[in-house]
Design a protein around this ligand. Sequence first.
Ligand code: PLP
Ligand code: COI
Length: 362
Amino acid sequence: VETASVDFTFHPNSNPMPEADRLKAFENLGFGTLFSDHMAVIRWSMDRGWHGAEITARAPFPVDPASAVLHYAQEIFEGMKAYRSAEGKAVLFRPEENARRFNESARRMSMPELPEDLFLQAVEKLVQADAKWIPTGEGSLYLRPFMFASEAFLGVRPAREYIFCVIASPVGPYFKGGAKPVTIWATAKYTRAAPGGTGAAKCGGNYAASLVAQAEAQAQGCDQVVFLDAAEHKWVEELGGMNVFFVMDDGSLVTPPLGGTILPGITRNSLITLARDEGLTVHERPYSFEDWKADAESGKVKEAFACGTAAVVAGIGTVKFPGGEFKINGGETGEVTLKLREKLVSIQRGQSNDQHNWVQAI
Ligand code: PLP
Ligand code: COI
């Protein structure tokens, strides 16, 4: 079906959170527990295409018990942030990259593609409606676009009805330790994604499958799990919700290549560009866990860090694995990591020269 032009209707929330309560909540922001007043919704059906776009009060969806998403997990999502720039404007970071990746995920999960301009309009209109929900200072407004199969039907085939929605959550640091380096748990017991699987798609099922490994990491006193490849249990792939980089003693950076089993992170891509701007060499190449361990012990790997929208850039201080552990840079966040983090954050917040035109004021 051709999607006719879609106009958003605006139904303001008649019962928004009082300003004093919102400002109080801003004083102690965690991740993903507080939500703004509105949401964006667009519906899709086989016969009507995309329709019914609205910005409306954030509220539960009535879900039929036979909704396909509840049975066969046809669901995808994105993660992006709105920041308040130095001049007080709301800014987005590379939002068109999220729109593009969303459709790559949709194709992998046999879901309808959402025209990129509709994705961007939904995000922008929600941020405009809830601009006062962008915290000042260190915080940001985390935006969660997602789509799920809402058709009530138990046959196994792509659903014929979907709901696309964007919600917004003011957030502080993803890790409870704030800027402290994180501790990572490496295990070959669980894998995240196999060749031909859904690893490169941002679908809920990938995260469902990662939870047992993440819980094991937490039981081991770690913040995140690092997954190894499914075929050989040898190559470092990515963390549960972040990509990973290594800083070598010759000043070069190494990050695992995109081969269909890891998420093509927008932060990862941005950091590769920023590092190359600085004259650093970046190798996208396989790196084995055994090499990581040996190189950490010999000093050949100087730093390691995790990166993603939620986590930004977080130094990896300690790596634990069944039977041992090793530290990187004495357990501290390294200089190159800090410098890249600073460079990225100042662009995202509209505080420095945005050479690549990544930041969009709305
Ligand atoms: N890898 C996984 C599994 C993720 O969930 C995320 C977070 O979105 C990333 C990597 C980083 O992607 P991005 O930098 O686009 O947020
Ligand atoms: C993000 O960074 O946007 C993610 O989706 C990762 C998740 C761990 C919150």
